[in-house]
Design a protein around this ligand. Structure first.
Ligand SMILES: Nc1nc2c(c(=O)[nH]1)N[C@H]1C(S)=C(S)[C@@H](COP(=O)(O)O)O[C@H]1N2
Ligand SMILES: [Mo]
Length: 314
């Protein structure tokens, strides 16, 4: 990944945090139903153990303008402004996600069906491996709720994810220069995938997910570097062996399978000890925050890695 460049986002550009309904009708009804259900104890999506405060980070939200124009989504180009500028022709509907592999009930889920799973708001801290961070109010549902529906087999140990390939709609996939091999692929251990903090996001700031943020459905794993949060997912497979991942394949020395946010393990080309919160501070002399172990979610997730050497398993 290219080295960090300072964003041009004025600090005063703060969008107030409130939920309002999507202008897109297909999500409007589903989101309304989902939000009405939130807290009502639906049959699906029963998170096991995570403190409610970890679902809502108590830090200023990153302005919506920054969340939707300062993006990494190489299918639309490698510069931060490319995804918002080049994703206009992308069609997030109709959409379906195929779930296969080591499951009792493999199935192709239509988007409408996914939208019926109880949707919740989750305000998470997000940290990119490049050294910047954001606080984003997502709308989504625990990945565990979806996995439950397909009944993973005992032999399934990992989950792999795949992004759509559509060179006609994604200029970064169609050009002469291909920055990455497609499809973009990612993976998690099954226990990471089932953790209550791990969600499939379908919206942000109370609206349908913008194309540049991974419409219509993307992964969000807040204790890992941003690249683990794969966008525009079309396939989820339960597998036995640790799956390949795009960034590890492209440079295994710099990007590992785990990619947990870890201030104590530097990227080979830069320190990971601090980060710049996008929208915070000015263009010059922007102050940097200390990066927290597991991006501040250590109380919730550190136990997943007991006995694992986090320097070797970066
Ligand atoms: N398919 C796909 N998913 C992707 C990427 C990408 O290039 N392609 N970039 C990743 C990186 S590096 C980051 S930091 C996050 C950025 O998500 P955001 O633009 O919604 O903040 O998306 C991740 N998911
Ligand atoms: Mo990233």
């Amino acid at each position: 990944m290219p080295a960090y460049r300072p964003p041009r986002i004025p600090a005063s550009d703060i969008t107030p945090h409130h939920i309002y309904l999507s202008r897109r009708s297909f999500l409007g009804s589903a989101a309304t139903a989902g939000l009405a259900l939130a807290g009502g104890g639906g049959a699906l999506a029963a998170p096991l153990a995570a403190s409610p405060s970890s679902f809502k980070v108590n830090e200023p939200l990153t302005p919506k303008e920054a969340v939707t124009t300062y993006n990494n989504f190489y299918e639309f180009g490698v510069n931060k402004e490319d995804p918002s500028q080049n994703a206009g022709a992308f069609k997030p509907t109709p959409w379906s996600v195929k779930i296969d592999g080591m499951v009792g009930k493999p199935k192709v889920f239509g988007l409408e069906e996914l939208m019926k799973i109880k949707q919740e708001e989750r305000t998470y801290r997000m940290r990119c491996v490049e050294g910047w961070s954001m606080v984003i109010p997502w709308i989504g549902f625990p990945l565990a709720a979806l996995l439950d529906q397909v009944e993973p087999l005992g032999s399934a140990k990992y989950v792999s994810f795949e992004t759509v390939v559509r060179p006609e709609e994604m200029p970064g996939q169609g050009g002469f220069f291909q920055p990455l091999p497609w499809p973009y692929i990612e993976g998690l251990r099954l226990d990471e995938a089932r953790h209550p903090l791990t969600i499939l996001a379908t919206g942000l700031y109370g609206e349908t997910l913008p194309n540049q943020n991974g419409a219509p459905i993307r992964l969000v794993v807040p204790w890992k570097y941003g690249f683990k949060s794969i966008k525009s997912i079309v396939r989820i497979s339960l597998v036995e062996k640790q799956p390949e991942t795009t960034w590890k394949n492209s440079n295994a020395r710099e990007y590992g399978f785990y990619s947990n946010v870890n201030p104590a393990v530097d990227h080979p080309r830069w320190s990971q000890a601090t980060e710049q919160r996008i929208g915070e501070g000015g263009f010059f002399g922007a102050k940097r925050r200390a990066t927290l172990p597991f991006n501040g979610y250590a109380d919730q997730v550190a136990s997943l890695y007991q006995g694992l050497d986090l320097k070797a398993n970066y």
